[in-house]
Design a protein around this ligand. Structure first.
Ligand code: NAP
Length: 221
């Protein structure tokens, strides 16, 4: 088995499994219903991991900073898979609060990579077309990243699920129902399509914080 970080997927999800209000919408509006205590839960996980990852599309739509603000603790390293390095140069993930790694492929232009490096971020190459996690995860492990939190979106979550790279899933259930057929859910991609292949989970913890149910799951190997 490859040397890779322990991976925890963490997400805020409506009771119908949606990540946001409509396709292309920032999830920040939906997340505005979360209370300070719920943010503390989320940020306490961030403070316990070595690195945090979100997909490039989440950076483009949500512009998150991925830092620890609601509890005391160290900011994790920010890791962003971005196959053409098409990440806005004024994105909050380039703030000086934490190191940032942009993971890209041969498709990225040299000029773009140079600009990103000038912002102080590290650029690493992993893959030809899209970012290849089989290459990336051992590289992160070698860099000392032993625990990685993955905060979405749907496409990135699928990449981890599909390859069997998820160890734990922690869900903040938002007590709202959004609807909409093509609104991104917790996991996108092709789907497993067979009961044999689906990820099998075991519940390890459940509790409420204010009006929010929290569930914590271990993936059965
Ligand atoms: N509620 C929550 O907890 C939460 C959390 C995060 C996001 N969201 C929401 O989720 C939505 C974004 O989700 P998303 O699924 O569209 O995007 P995503 O998973 O955040 O990012 C996908 C992007 O990552 C890049 N990428 C690089 N290598 C990849 C690979 N091997 N496989 C897949 N993607 C790869 C691609 O962009 P390039 O082509 O540029 O490489 C791809 O478009 C937004 O609406 C956001 O608000 C919600």
């Amino acid at each position: 088995m490859m040397n890779r970080p322990y991976i925890i997927v963490v997400s805020e999800v409506t009771i119908d499994g949606k990540l946001t209000l409509y396709r292309g919408a920032s999830s920040k509006e939906l997340m505005s219903i979360m209370t300070k205590e719920v943010y503390k839960y989320l940020h306490s996980i961030r403070a316990q991991v070595d690195a945090i990852m979100v997909g490039c599309e989440t950076v483009r739509t949500d512009d998150p900073s991925l830092t620890v603000r609601y509890v005391e603790g160290k900011n994790p390293i920010r890791v962003i898979p971005c196959s053409t390095a098409n990440v806005p140069l004024n994105a909050s993930i380039f703030s000086k609060d934490a190191p940032t790694i942009i993971v890209t492929t041969k498709r990225a232009s040299q000029e773009r990579v140079k600009k990103i490096k000038e912002l102080g971020a590290e650029v690493i190459y992993a893959g030809e077309d899209l970012v290849n996690f089989d290459i990336l995860l051992p590289l992160l492990y070698e860099k000392g990243i032993k625990k990685l939190m993955v905060e979405g979106g749907a496409s990135i979550n699928w990449e981890f699920a599909r390859n069997g790279y998820i160890d734990e899933i922690r869900i903040i259930h938002l007590p709202v129902l959004v609807g909409g057929e093509n609104v991104p859910t917790l996991v996108g991609g092709e789907g497993f399509k067979s009961l044999k292949k689906v990820l099998k989970l075991e519940i390890i913890n459940h509790f409420t914080i204010d009006k929010f149910l929290i569930t914590e799951w271990k993936v059965q190997k």
